[in-house]
Design a protein around this ligand. Structure first.
Ligand SMILES: Nc1ncnc2c1ncn2[C@@H]1O[C@H](COP(=O)(O)OP(=O)(O)O)[C@@H](O)[C@H]1O
Ligand SMILES: [Mg+2]
Length: 259
């Protein structure tokens, strides 16, 4: 069990969000309260269109809340806060820049002094196993490699909070497994708060400290599962274990109950 010993990094208190549409107001998030600790990995699952991306966007200050409040490190979010990294399903690399230059964007945003860039880039490329591709352009890379570059850019930025919205959703099974393993390796070495959205229940259980199950729109939290699997996690061994299956089954059932 993770026990909250410090103030949470992210705190949502009774947050509701709705969109103005030509047909009127569309309620999308319904009084969601949640707290994420400083080193916690929380995964959100729920039917598509339920409002998960909207919640992440609200935390990133990209959507206004209708009622309730969001704080990051005790500060109310009223625009994009500093030290938040965002990673989407589609990579947002700059096609005319090389792998190295794309990662430098993260260093520049973080205000890292250019004298340190060379070393930081070398370290990140080694971590992501991309050293040989430092001068390649995104179009010359596989989808999995482009995702590693996106991850590298986010890590270069060194955010205290990582918001990851189906970041590996478009990847094939094997690449997704590799990315999950890399992310865990990095996160286990250097704990950050992560909020991660996925449709993949096995991915959710493999990665998370805690899985939150959302209802169809407007999003409410309908179940919460603490994943007490030991870390560091060996994903291959884990996937065959009875505990792993019990967690995935429980989450499937919670999702089924949202119909
Ligand atoms: N900018 C917007 N304006 C109007 N409706 C939106 C907007 N963004 C999302 N929606 C609607 O809000 C609902 C939730 O969207 P989203 O948060 O993207 O869900 P999820 O990420 O869970 O799939 C959907 O019905 C979607 O069509
Ligand atoms: Mg979404």
């Amino acid at each position: 069990m993770t026990v909250a010993t410090e103030a949470p990094r992210i705190l949502l208190d009774n947050v509701s969000v709705s969109y103005e549409t030509p047909r009127g107001r569309l309620p999308v998030v319904d009084r969601v309260s949640l707290a994420v600790d400083k080193a916690e990995f929380v995964v959100l699952v729920g039917p598509s269109g339920s409002g998960k991306s909207t919640i992440l966007r609200a935390i990133a200050g990209l959507n206004a809340v209708e009622s309730g409040s969001i704080t990051v490190d005790g500060k109310t979010v009223d625009g994009p806060p500093e030290h938040i990294g965002f990673m989407f399903q589609k990579d947002t690399l700059l096609p005319w820049q090389t792998v190295r230059e794309n990662i430098e964007v993260g260093l520049a945003l973080a205000g890292v002094s250019p004298s340190q860039w060379k070393q930081r880039i070398a370290d990140l490329l080694a971590l992501l196993r991309l050293s040989e591709f430092r001068d390649a352009y995104p179009a010359q890379l596989s989808g999995g490699m482009r995702h590693r570059v996106s991850l590298g850019r986010m890590l270069a930025y060194q955010p205290a909070v990582m918001l990851m919205d189906e970041p590996f959703g478009a990847l094939d099974f094997q690449t997704k497994a590799v990315m999950g393993r890399e992310l865990l390796r990095i996160w286990e070495a250097e704990r950050r708060s992560i909020l991660f959205v996925t449709h993949d229940i096995e991915e959710a259980v493999a990665l998370a400290d805690r899985v939150l199950v959302f209802s169809p729109r407007p999003a409410r939290i309908v179940a919460e599962h603490q994943i007490d699997l030991p870390r560091p996690r060996n994903l291959r061994a884990l996937r065959g274990s009875p505990d792993f299956s019990a967690y995935t089954r429980a989450i499937w059932e919670a999702l089924g109950d949202t119909d």
